[in-house]
Design a protein. Structure first.
Length: 122
């Protein structure tokens, strides 16, 4: 289980690096701008809200990741080398989850360091 998770992490890092190189001229700022500012700009506010009364909504985020991971691996054949199919299926998922993670972390930090609000206790 650990090895499979580790290999997945390494592959997903390569997904981002490959996409940045092939589609965004190796420019991280351009990649971020294209995705967060353009593609997902209407979703960003939804990502930072947590409707359930817990500290961080971690269970909700984990459930989202689990569903997306299952969807990304649909149809992928067991093979030591993942093919282009996986790359193109995983790329939007990996990019969006990283963006969501950044927005959500920023929202949590804003709550922690805001003088007007606190994280709600469960």
């Amino acid at each position: 289980m650990f090895l499979a998770h580790f290999v997945g992490d390494v592959w997903d890092v390569n997904v981002i690096e490959t996409a940045m190189k092939n589609f965004f001229n190796n420019d991280l700022s351009t990649m971020i701008q294209a995705n967060i500012t353009d593609v997902w700009s209407n979703e960003e506010k939804q990502w930072e809200t947590c409707r359930i009364r817990t500290k961080t909504c971690a269970d909700k985020y984990a459930e989202e990741s689990s569903k997306l991971a299952c969807k990304a691996y649909e149809g992928v054949q067991q093979d030591p080398i993942l093919q282009e199919y996986y790359f193109f299926a995983a790329l939007p998922v990996v990019q969006k989850r990283i963006a969501q993670g950044g927005v959500r972390l920023a929202a949590i930090l804003n709550k922690i360091f805001s003088s007007n609000s606190r994280l709600q206790s469960s």
